[in-house]
Design a protein around this ligand. Structure first.
Ligand SMILES: [Zn+2]
Length: 121
């Protein structure tokens, strides 16, 4: 069953094809400051309603962090497919949605894995 999320002001909206059961909390320099809690999908699994408020921050050029220009919420990010050994597959894209934005969703149902992104990349 699909589930949707919105930013605080409602300008940004997305829908994924299934509610997440797992999420990742990462301690890399970006995630620790932005506070996102990420669940991963393929591009085919997500529909993002485009908005004039959509802004992209990138430092590496690989990871593109979409956020709302109105309210500042972290919406989702795109990155190369990566694995927990720190390797990337630059040919594949994964999308991490911020599960904190899901509407009518109980965050306590998600199993959270903490990863050491600060030392992985
Ligand atoms: Zn917003």
């Amino acid at each position: 069953m699909s589930i949707s999320g919105t930013c605080h002001c409602g300008a940004m909206h997305f829908t994924v094809n299934a509610a997440p059961t797992e999420a990742v909390e990462c301690n890399c320099s970006y995630c620790s400051k932005s506070g996102g809690l990420w669940a991963y999908y393929t591009p085919a699994d997500i529909v993002v309603q485009t908005s004039d408020a959509d802004r992209i921050y990138t430092k590496s050029g690989y990871n593109k962090h979409h956020f709302c220009a109105n309210c500042g919420c972290q919406i989702y990010g795109t990155s190369p497919e990566w694995s927990l050994d720190g390797n990337h597959d630059l040919e594949k894209v994964k999308i991490g949605i911020n599960v904190r934005l899901l509407d009518d969703f109980d965050l306590s149902t998600v199993r959270v894995t903490r990863i050491d992104g600060r030392n992985m990349w």
